[in-house]
Design a protein around this ligand. Structure first.
Ligand SMILES: Cc1cc2nc3c(=O)[nH]c(=O)nc-3n(C[C@H](O)[C@H](O)[C@H](O)COP(=O)(O)O)c2cc1C
Length: 344
């Protein structure tokens, strides 16, 4: 009798082990997805302290901004010893100073450089960067070859989508060619550019990239919300690791839980509401410490929508934080919310 696998009870993928990217050994096979505007230093430290993170990444960096050290880029590049290992993600096209920017990052401590080949935003693709690089795979390979040659002691990685649209699925070909010119890891988001963030990440598309690449690790990405999703992605596609983005903006403990599950241990009990509020407070306080109270207040007016997904019902907290203007008000709002929930 044939047994049909139950995806909700997927066993840990066989052979799960921490990843090695060239000379850089990671503690796990889980990567923090760069999410522009969200995965800054404060967030990365919160996720790292909760556990399970193998590698985190900066938001995408403009090479000209890196070289000029503009105020905006300096914030995006903010890091510290605890935020290690960290990958610096650059975007751009053939005519941009990517080689110089990669060298600058390495000279200033970068352990890994990633090239963004997946961003669908107009302001990036109109400059022929991000997922526009998928439209000219051979040109992209030539461009990346120069970056690899310029920083021989630092691994270069690439983050791709499947292709621009269904008629142009180039990721298997491009990934194989990138491996040939010395790229040390491929991350593949299982969507086309045309899909944006709609529909579901396609596991079959990720599996094709895994099959196309020979020696280097392939990391799967898209729609991981639970440890079981990660196990299923690894099992179905044979990818060596997974990258998690939006799911962990609501639950930064997802990396820890996923690593426990993939390693064959039991998934920790979910944090209580009080514990979730403590994570929220720690995150806010860390942001104040790193970027000041005004920045933290502005940021948490919107960031709360992500945390809220794990805290329902929480309308009063969301409403209070929408007006947020100080650290005192933030902590009062969390206190009021906990009292309100206790009285229910
Ligand atoms: C608001 C937003 C910003 C993003 N910024 C970046 C970025 O700077 N660099 C990048 O490679 N991907 C970026 N991504 C894509 C994510 O890294 C990831 O590939 C995508 O969200 C799918 O993974 P997930 O379903 O786990 O979130 C962004 C996604 C979102 C929603």
């Amino acid at each position: 009798m044939t047994t049909i696998p139950d995806p909700t009870r997927a066993a840990p993928a066989p052979g799960v082990s921490p990843l090695r990217i060239g000379s850089v050994q990671l503690a796990t096979n889980l990567l923090v997805a760069p999410i522009a505007g969200y995965t800054d230093l404060a967030y990365r430290l919160i996720a790292r302290r909760l556990g399970g993170v193998g590698l985190a990444c900066t938001d995408l960096l403009c090479p000209q901004g890196v070289l000029r050290q503009t105020a905006h880029t300096r914030i995006l590049m903010q890091t510290c010893e605890e935020d290690s290992p960290l990958c610096y993600q650059l975007f751009g096209a053939e005519n941009d100073p990517l080689v110089e920017a990669a060298r600058w990052c390495v000279d200033h401590g970068a352990r890994i450089i990633d090239i963004n080949m997946g961003c669908p935003a107009d302001k990036v693709t109109q400059r022929r960067g991000g997922s526009a690089l998928l439209c000219d795979p051979d040109g992209t390979v030539r461009m990346v070859e120069k970056i690899v040659a310029a920083i021989p002691n630092t691994p270069v990685t690439a983050k791709l989508r499947l292709g621009w649209d269904d008629q142009h699925i180039v990721a298997p070909y491009l990934a194989r060619r990138l491996e040939e010119v010395g790229v040390q890891l491929i991350t593949i988001h299982g969507r086309t550019t045309e899909m944006g963030f709609s529909g579901s990440a396609r596991l079959d598309g990720i599996a094709e990239v895994v099959s196309a690449v020979g020696r280097i690790p392939v990391v799967g990405n898209g729609d991981i919300r639970t440890p079981q999703d990660a196990a299923r992605m690894m099992q179905v596609t044979r990818c060596a690791g997974v990258m998690i983005g939006r799911g962990a903006l609501s639950a930064p403990w997802l990396y820890r839980d996923t690593w426990e599950h993939l390693s064959g241990r039991s998934i920790p009990t979910p944090p209580t509401l009080e514990e979730k509020c403590q994570i929220l407070r720690n995150h806010f306080d860390l942001h104040v410490q790193l970027r000041g109270e005004h920045s933290a207040a502005c940021e948490f007016r919107t960031r709360i929508s992500w945390y809220a997904k794990e805290m329902h019902p929480c309308r009063p907290l969301k409403d209070a934080l929408r007006q947020l203007d100080s650290a005192v008000r933030f902590h009062c709002a969390v206190d009021d919310f906990l009292r309100w929930r206790a009285s229910m």
